[in-house]
Ligand binder design. Sequence first.
Ligand code: P6P
Length: 316
Amino acid sequence: MSVTLNSIAKQGKNGAAMMPIIQGVGRAAIEIAAVLRGAIFRGVLGKAGAENVQGEQQQLLDVLSDEIFLEEMRSTGFVCAVGSEEQEELLVIDEYTRSDYLVLVDPLDGSSNLDVDGPVGTIFSVVKRKTANSERPHVSDTLQSGQDVIAAGYVLYGPALMLVCSVGAGVSGYTFNPSNARFELSHPDIQIPETGGYYSVNESNADKWLDNMDANLERLKQETGLGMRYVGAMVADMHRTLLKGGIFLYPADDKNTTGKLRLLYEAIPMGFIMEQAGGKAMSRNDAVLNIEPETLHQRVPVYLGSKNAVDILFDN
Ligand code: P6P
C-alpha cells in the first residue's frame, strides 16, 4: 500500500491541521502541470502583456497558475487569505474569513524558463493568523518570521511532478504517480548531504555583488572544489541542492541592493525546508528564519545549503 499525502496527518503536532491544505497544493499542482504540458497548443505561452507588482513581465501562465492555486486554497475551507507574488494586495477568501490559516505563494516560480521547456515550480508556506477569527484577515497576518511558519514546501514541474514539504517534523518528498493519479511518498526524511554537490548562482552578476560575496564565493570554490550547476529557477536549483548537497545563493547586487528573491514566498519557505533537512539558510547577516518581515513583497539576499558550505561562504 503506497504512502500518500494523507500520511502528513500523522507528522508532528501540525500534520493533521496542515494535511487538507497540502492536499489542496497537490490538487493545484496536478492542474497546473496539465496546463503546462499543453500550453503551447493553447497559445498560453508568452507574456500576459502586464507587469506584476515586482515590475516583472507577467507570463500568461503566471496568471493562470495563480488562479488555479487560489481556487484550490479556497476549496480547502481552512484558508482565510492568500499572499501571492502575482497579486499586489492580500487576497482575502470571503467565504472563509473566519478560518485560521493564511498561505503565501509564488504560483509559478521561474516562469521565464517556460518558453524553453525548462523546469519551473510553485513555492508555498502556511502561517496561522494573528488577528481574531471574527476580524477580516489583514496583510499584517502574513508578516511573520520563519520561526512562526506552520508548514512550507514546493512543487517541482520537472520530468516527474514532485511535491516536497514539511510540517516541522522533517522533510518528505512525494512524486505524482500517473497510474493512480496520486502523489506517493518517494523521498522519505530528506537530509541534505554534508559535503559534495554543487554551488549554484548566476555568476554573471559577480562583479556587481555586494557584501564581498565575489571574494567569499572564490574562497568557497577554492576550499571545496564544488562544481557549478544553475537552472535559473529557484525550485529546481534548491531541489538539486537538497538532494546532492552544496549551496544555492542569490546575493544582493548594485542593481538589486536588497536582493532579488522574495522573503515571504521564496526565502522563508525554502529556508524552512533547508533547516528541516539539516541544512542552513542565511540572508545578509542572520538566519533567513529570524528576519521579521516588513512588507508582503520584500526582497532579501539568500544563501541556502549544507552547513559546511554556508559556513565557509560566511567564513564562520
Ligand atoms: P536570474 C526566477 O525569476 C527567480 O525568481 C528564481 O526562480 C530564480 O532563482 C531567479 O529568479 C533567477 O534569477 O537573475 O538568475 O535570472
